[in-house]
Structures are given as C-alpha cells and as structure tokens.
Write a protein that binds this ligand. Structure first.
Ligand code: NDP
Ligand code: OXD
Length: 308
C-alpha cells in the first residue's frame, strides 16, 4: 500500500519517521514525487491542489491532516472514497491551551493594560473572579466540547451552542438556529469553534453581534469565512464589541494591507491555535490504515452531506 503525503505546512520528514516507526514497510511518498499514481491507495493531506486526488485511480481513503475539511469538500473533483478528518490528542490539547490563553487574556484585562502601557498610564484594576465572565462556545464537538469543559473547570460561567442538543456537566447548552440569540444574550466572550459549512458560513455577523451584550469580545478559531468582516469592524468601531482575537481568515495568509493587521482592537494570529503533531497523530493514521485493510469502519469519517 502506498500513501501520498500532500501538505504545505506539515513536516514530511517527521511524518515519514513517525509512520515508519509503526509500519516499517509502508511506501510513503511526498507530493510532487508521486511515482506511478496507480500505486497510491491512501492520501494524507492538508489542502491539496484541487484536482490532484482525482488523478489517483486506486485511491481508497482520504485522511485529512486537519480537523476542518471544508477545503477538500470544495473540490468538485474530490474522489468518492471515504474521507476522514483528524481527531488527535495534540490538536485537542493545543486548541485547549490557545482558547484558555485568549479567554484569560481578556478576562484579566491584558488588552487594556497593553493599551495603557502605550499611553504610559499606571492604573490597576483588581481582578474579578472567573465566574464573573460568561463564555459562550459555538460548536461543542471534539474541540469545542473540550474547551467548554476546560473553561468550566477554571471557574468561568460557560454556555455552548451546537446543532443537536448536548449535556455537558457544568455547561449550559443550547441547540439549533432558534436558540442562537438566547445563547448569545449572556455571553461576554464568544468563541467560534464551528466547522465551515453552508449553514455556518457568515454566522459571525451583525445580527449575532447585536445579540451579544455591549462590551463583548469575539474569538474566532473556527474558519475565516464564519466571519462577516465588515460587520465586525462596524461593531468594534461603534464600541458595541470591545475586541476580537482572530486566528483564521477568509484569505490566508492575511494580506499585508488588510485592515485587521493594524486595528487597535483586533489581535491577529496566523492560524496558529492548534497543531497536529505527528508524534501522536501518526497513531490515528495507522489505526485507520489497519481498519481499511481489515474492512472495518474507519474512525472520524466525515458525513459529506452534513459537511463535517
Ligand atoms: P466537530 O465536528 O467535532 O464539532 C463540530 C461542532 O459544531 C459540533 O458540536 C456540531 O454540532 C457543531 N455544528 C456543526 N454545524 C452546526 C450548525 N449548523 N449549527 C450549530 N452547531 C453546529 O469538529 P471539531 O471540534 O474537531 O473542529 C471544529 C472546527 O475547528 C474545525 O472544523 C475547524 O474549522 C476548526 N479548527 C481550527 C483550528 C485552528 O488552528 N484555528 C484547528 C483545528 C480545528 P453537533 O455536535 O450537534 O454535531
Ligand atoms: C484545522 C486544523 O482544521 O489545523 O484548522 O486541524
């Protein structure tokens, strides 16, 4: 079985090493060195060029290196073989750390202190307890569910919103589009951890921002196209929103002349929230290769009709 690795951001040397430690006979090829395309049965990919996978006649599995797979589904030539997304401990832990760091950043007013430093202003704000900050998580799946539990464990008042109803101890849950405004009404820090689908594109818009209390903060670690950029700028400039932390963008890398880079109330990180480390994630891939060979159900298979 030959596996084709395609990624502009993941390290092929580390992936080859980690897979070879577990499967010494695996034929691991790194795009564009495909060899005979007919040999390739598995594609291990992060945003491959559209059309590339359609040229692999014996492909049996597309295993994404990422949790989000909307870019793959956007390729109309994507072969009709099982598509699995990445669910891995390193991805979950790094997302947990990132969201906890950004929520704590705003909860402890570090944005205000950074502004005051630039003004050479010494002004102390006594810290408030975590329970004084209400955090709302959009998306309660592998990552959002973990983040909700972590923040509840830190003492924050946490609520979450998902497509179907959920029960998470210590978290108030809401489900479906009709519950979105009620969910948003008591959220000081909004975290988007949704997949990008036709139903969630543009969901961070003026209507949702208007439903948030004045002074709320938005953290987007989902996808750039969840956000209506103009609506965010308006809500910030009118003072309805206090600040935003954006990790994902409609266009990545974010163009140099984009207003987000220089906005005083927007914090930009380069799609850096979470990371798939091959040291743990190779285990996930190997298990799916084993299942593929054994004809067993694959793990973390994407429901293409649902879009995630
Ligand atoms: P999951 O599929 O495990 O969870 C998705 C969650 O979103 C589920 O709770 C689901 O609801 C909910 N959801 C989906 N559609 C809707 C909808 N229309 N309305 C309300 N809720 C909805 O995904 P993960 O948690 O693994 O990942 C989430 C996303 O995080 C990824 O798709 C990716 O976009 C982003 N991501 C960003 C990274 C970064 O570095 N910035 C890194 C990794 C991921 P239900 O539970 O009812 O199905
Ligand atoms: C993603 C990822 O989906 O890095 O953004 O896994």
């Amino acid at each position: 079985m030959a596996i084709l690795f395609v990624s502009a951001i993941d390290d092929p040397v580390a992936w080859r090493r980690e897979l070879a430690r577990r499967l010494p006979d695996l034929d691991f090829r790194v795009w564009p060195e495909v060899g005979d395309p007919a040999d390739i049965e598995v594609a291990l990919v992060w945003r491959p060029p559209p059309g590339l996978l359609a040229g692999l006649p014996n492909l049996r599995l597309i295993q994404a290196l990422s949790a989000g797979i909307e870019a793959l589904l956007a390729d109309p030539t994507l072969p009709d073989v099982p598509l699995c997304r990445m669910v891995d401990e390193s991805l979950t832990v790094t997302m947990r750390e990132f969201v906890a760091a950004t929520v704590l950043f705003f909860h402890r007013g570090l944005d205000r202190y950074a502004r005051r430093q630039r003004q050479v202003r010494w002004r102390l704000e006594p810290p408030r307890p975590a329970a004084a900050t209400r955090v709302g998580i959009m998306g309660l799946g592998v990552l959002g569910g973990d983040v909700a539990r972590t923040l509840a464990g830190l003492g924050f008042r946490v609520r979450g919103w998902s497509r179907r109803g959920k029960t998470i101890p210590g978290v108030e849950t809401f489900a479906g589009p009709d519950a979105l405004a009620d969910f948003a009404a008591a959220v000081d820090v909004l975290v988007c951890l949704l997949p990008l689908t036709p139903a969630t594109e543009g969901i961070l818009d003026s209507r949702l921002f208007a439903a948030l209390p004045r002074g709320a903060v938005v953290i987007n670690v989902g996808r750039g196209r969840h956000l209506v950029e103009r609506d965010l700028l308006d809500a910030l400039d009118r003072g309805h929103l206090r600040a935003a932390w954006l990790d994902v963008f409609a266009e990545e890398p974010l163009p140099d002349d984009h207003p987000f880079w220089r906005h005083p109330r927007i914090h930009v990180t380069p799609h850096a929230a979470a990371w798939t480390h091959p040291e743990t994630a190779a285990e996930v891939v190997v298990e799916n290769l084993r299942r593929l060979r054994a004809g067993e159900p694959l793990r973390h298979r994407v429901d293409r009709a649902r879009g995630y």
